[in-house]
Design a protein around this ligand. Structure first.
Ligand code: 8U8
Length: 604
């Protein structure tokens, strides 16, 4: 199979609309394993993950005084603590107005309660803007309750869609009172065109806000569509069904509520399969990364490029804590792993662990590789003579005159597949003659730590050797040493296993050596090796000519690079026999040029 990319044949803006994840419940933000997870999510370079959608954030607020009489007294401290974890790591909440502070509320048809909720949301908005600044909070999304149509955590909404509309009005009025520039949408429904979804849109189109009498505002429409239901043995996701059902919702709006047709649209739980806490081993493997890219590609072709409805966000809901087979970015290995608690809201929670190690699954690594893509789409043309290979797809992009990046995937809507397709990838009319080709790969042999763990017999207790081997196999991996390009065209022969993801990143040599990392931070953790672990994070953007970051420990005798493996993410987890000392980070580009060292950090 032959694929051609011509640098001059652009097809418009290429928006990275997938840069999001989510998890539940919010109270996990106070635990070490979730905090480390968030640090890793923020460490994806180039803002490769920008938003994190979290249920039950408002359960972190305490209300005293008499809120129903208009005299509430707030304790925001736990909410602040949780949101700080995100903001410190450069992430923004996708803020569901969801939860029941101090169990004050029980009926959203009651006007006193609706007035109290409006006031609460106003006070929340005021608090957030004073703590984080209006520019920051304007970059967040606010959303109504999660999956109200199935009564997720609030049964009343499932039986009485009007109660949900009234609740939405109170959210909208309160947020408006705080600051009219904040973004609010919904309804984040679980089921395609559920009665609540239809009632809500009618309310937004033709109703009035029950508290203000104004028109109902709606800044975006959100739905949840997934590829397969839960309680299935294994996955046969209907990936094209996801897009088809979203389109059904979009067309419903266009036909029945044309005034709302231009509203931005999001599928903010777009997972291959429902049931985050069920175990499916494919979620540990390259297959998961490949199916994520395929679903993104289907959205790009069918719902993003050239359509009137702005498609603003596709979020995998895979920010949870769990093990290899859970719907997560990391396998959290450690002592005490075991039972799954299911809380009454249907939101599964795994117990947090004090001693753990997070291993990067391909589902995390693919977010890093996706972040290398450009901001302008290019045609990716298949030569017409040969029959199509239906499992192969991808997208071609460029960024300014500096880079061409092509992502190719090979995957079917079934995890149990193998095979290989040979692709000839030809890149034409490159506007530079001193470039380099870096080819990253996720497949059975690359960026696949599960294979290492499985080969070792799948132990619960990790030996020091196995931990080293897992760290040596996780994260972005080059397929081969980068090769120079000194012509305006390059042709690559790519053997693309089924399943796999390849990212071919062709970069012009920058005039300058790479930028020095700033904002180095060190957070100690009680890791498996007892008391000596440190998570280093730094600010890395942009990172599109970066071969690796290097984390050094520096002492009088010299310096030692700590990360054996090259590192594209701005976070590194270190275990040593003694973590005291002075550390600094620098950047190395594809031409082996190094930045200055960052400001050092000393651990006592
Ligand atoms: C029973 C059920 C049916 C359905 O269509 O969607 C559901 C979604 C159902 C039960 C829970 C449910 O929760 C969402 O999906 C979860 C999941 O594991 O896929 C989680 O990702 C979400 O937190 C939750 O909003």
């Amino acid at each position: 199979m032959r694929l051609d990319v011509d640098f001059t044949r652009t097809i418009g803006e290429f928006d990275h609309f997938w840069r999001s994840t989510g998890f539940t419940p919010a109270k996990l933000l106070r635990h070490d394993d979730m905090r480390q997870t968030i640090a890793y999510l923020g460490a994806v370079p180039n803002d490769g993950i920008s938003h994190v959608r979290i249920h039950f954030l408002l359960d972190l607020v305490r209300i005293g005084g008499d809120p129903l009489e208009g005299t509430p007294r707030y304790d925001w401290s736990k909410l602040d603590e949780g949101l700080d974890v995100l903001v410190e790591n450069g992430l923004r909440p996708f803020f569901e107005l969801m939860g029941n502070p101090s169990d004050v509320f029980d009926d959203f048809t009651d006007h006193d309660q609706l007035r109290a909720w409006r006031r609460f949301v106003r006070d929340l908005g005021d608090h957030l803007t004073s703590r984080y600044g209006i520019d920051e909070v304007e970059s967040w999304y606010f959303e109504s309750w999660n999956e109200p149509d199935i009564g997720f955590g609030w049964e009343q909404f499932a039986v009485d869609p009007d109660a949900f509309c009234a609740y939405y009005d109170a959210c909208s009025a309160g947020l408006q009172d705080a600051n009219p520039t904040l973004t609010l949408g919904g309804p984040g429904t679980a089921r395609t065109r559920s009665p609540l979804f239809e009632r809500f849109l009618e309310h937004c189109d033709t109703g009035t806000n029950c508290l203000t009498g104004d028109e109902v505002r709606l800044d975006f429409v959100s739905v949840h569509e997934k590829g397969a239901s839960s309680n299935r043995e294994d996955l046969t996701p209907d990936t094209s069904g996801i897009v088809a059902r979203e389109r059904e919702a979009i067309e419903y709006i266009r036909e029945r509520h044309p005034d709302l047709a231009g509203r931005p649209f999001a599928n903010n739980e777009c997972d291959p399969q429902t049931g985050w806490n069920e175990i499916h081993t494919w979620r540990a493997r390259p297959y998961y990364a490949a199916i994520i890219t395929k679903i993104i590609d289907q959205h790009r072709r069918e719902l993003v490029d050239g359509t009137e409805t702005p498609y603003v966000l596709l979020s995998n809901d895979n920010g949870f804590l769990g093990t290899w087979g859970n719907r997560t970015h990391f396998a959290r290995l450690g002592e005490g792993e075991g039972e799954i608690e299911i809380d009454p809201n249907g939101a599964g929670t795994r117990p947090t662990l004090d001693e753990f190690e997070l291993v990067k699954k391909p589902s995390y690594t693919v977010m890093t590789l996706l972040s290398l893509l450009g901001d302008t789409g290019l045609e990716l043309r298949r030569s017409t003579e040969e029959p199509a290979t239906p499992t192969v797809g991808g997208f071609a992009t460029r960024r300014g005159e500096k880079s061409v990046t092509v992502l190719l995937y090979n995957v079917r809507d079934r995890p149990a597949t193998d095979g290989e397709t040979d692709v000839t990838l030809a890149l034409e009319n490159l506007p530079f003659d001193d470039g380099i080709v870096a080819h990253y790969r996720i497949d059975d042999e690359h960026a696949n730590p599960f294979a290492v763990w499985d080969e070792a017999g799948g132990p619960t207790r990790l030996s020091a050797d196995l931990r080293r081997a897992l760290r040596a196999s996780h994260g972005a991996e080059l397929l081969a040493e980068p090769t120079p390009v000194d012509d305006d065209r390059v042709e690559l022969s790519v053997e693309l296993p089924l399943p796999s993801v390849s990212v071919v990143h062709v970069r012009d040599r920058p005039g300058e050596p790479p930028a020095t990392p700033t904002g180095l931070r060190a957070d100690p953790y009680r890791g498996i090796a007892a008391g000596t672990d440190v998570m280093f994070t730094w600010d890395a953007n942009p990172a599109r000519a970066v071969r690796t970051y290097e984390v050094f420990r520096i002492d009088d005798g010299g310096r030692e690079r700590l990360n054996d493996r090259d590192l594209l993410t701005a976070g590194y987890y270190h275990t040593g026999t003694d973590s005291t000392g002075t550390y600094a980070v620098r950047t190395v580009d594809y031409w082996s040029r190094t930045s200055e060292f960052s400001d050092p950090i000393t651990l006592e």
